[in-house]
Design a protein around this ligand. Sequence first.
Ligand SMILES: CC(C)(COP(=O)(O)OP(=O)(O)OC[C@H]1O[C@@H](n2cnc3c(N)ncnc32)[C@H](O)[C@@H]1OP(=O)(O)O)[C@@H](O)C(=O)NCCC(=O)NCCS
Length: 182
Amino acid sequence: MQNSATDDTGPAPVIRHVRASDRDAVLDILNAHHVNLGTQRLPFHSDTEVAARIADAPGRVKLVAEIEGAVAGYAELETWPDKPRLRHGAEIDMIATHPDFRGHGVGRALMAALVDMSDRWLQLTRLQLYVWDGNDAAIRLYERFGFVVEGRLRRFVFVDGTYRDALIMARLTDPIQPPSSA
Ligand SMILES: CC(C)(COP(=O)(O)OP(=O)(O)OC[C@H]1O[C@@H](n2cnc3c(N)ncnc32)[C@H](O)[C@@H]1OP(=O)(O)O)[C@@H](O)C(=O)NCCC(=O)NCCS
């Protein structure tokens, strides 16, 4: 039975850290129209800009999903290890699937890897992200991983000729504790 938005037939994506040699594939992803619509990226990206983007950076986790050797998706997690009062949290700064591989479980595999890193390795208890209102594929993906909408930022971003609201979504791994009274 196939009742989901996606078609997961075919080989499962393999997750690994991005490499410098992935530059052109990540450039294809960032230049894709559906990625421009869903992110803050502009329609055209240079290879030098993408090379800098995928380079190692403190606190950033940069992953790709591969399907049969092809780079099928890219994701970034931004952590704040140098901010003592924020370091329990992190932000998913990018998740994008190559136009040739949408609907094959790539976004889900990247999200699963970031959530696993967050929960079982980085000691994070709060993951957050911004998503444009109406980006139903992304919102549904995040809800699948336990993210809930915390707020709306009105007319936050200009997308393809119109202003759009942003939603901030987050996933907490432990209950919120009320502040203790002194
Ligand atoms: C959002 C995005 C990453 C999803 O990637 P994908 O590889 O196509 O998604 P998957 O095949 O892994 O599907 C995972 C889940 O995403 C959701 N989803 C994916 N495509 C969907 C669609 N067309 N409609 C509704 N939900 C969809 C579903 O929840 C799906 O799981 P389910 O079928 O079990 O419900 C992809 O559409 C993309 O690159 N969008 C452009 C960039 C972007 O907007 N990123 C988010 C910025 S906040």
